[in-house]
Design a protein around this ligand. Sequence first.
Ligand code: ADP
Length: 157
Amino acid sequence: MVAIYPGSFDPITFGHLDIIERGVKLFDHVIVAVLCNPSKNALFSQEKRIEQIKKCTMHLSSVEIDSFTGLTVEYAKQKGARVLLRGLRVLSDFEKELQMAHTNQTLWSGVETVFLATSKEYSFLSSSIVKEIAQFGGSISHLVPENVAKDILMHYS
Ligand code: ADP
C-alpha cells in the first residue's frame, strides 16, 4: 500500500522525520510530497526542501521524495495512492486536519487520511518554531537534522 505524506516541510524537522520513520513501518511505500504553494512565503525553495528531505531519509529505502502542485487527491490518484498520511500534535491541528480530510473525501471518496499522533518529545515542534528560534540565534540542533540546521544557520548568518 502506497501512502502520500504531503506538507510544506519548510524545513523538515525531527517531528516530520518521526512520522516518516513510523509511516514506513505501516506502508509499503511512502511518498513525501512537498507542496508547492506560491501563496505561502517559504524560507527554502521547493528544490532545496526536496534536497534536505532526501539527505535525511537516505536510510529509508521505501521512501520517495517528490513535489506537487494543485489538489492533493489528484496527485494521489496519479501516484496510485489511496492513503494520505498526516501528523497530529495539538487540538488546533485536529480541527484543521479533520476539515482537510473531510474536504478530500468529498473530492475523492476512495482516499483515506491516516493520522499518526506525534511522539511526545515532538509535540511542540513545528517548522515555524525552528525558524523563530534560529532567527534569534538559538540552538536548533535538537530540532532538525544536521544538514537542515546548517542550511538554516547559513540563511540567518
Ligand atoms: P502543512 O503546511 O501541510 O501543515 P507541515 O510541513 O507544517 O505542512 O506539516 C506536514 C504534516 O506534518 C502535517 O500533518 C503536520 O501536522 C505534521 N507535523 C508537523 N510537525 C509535526 C510534529 N512535530 N509531530 C507530528 N506531526 C507533525
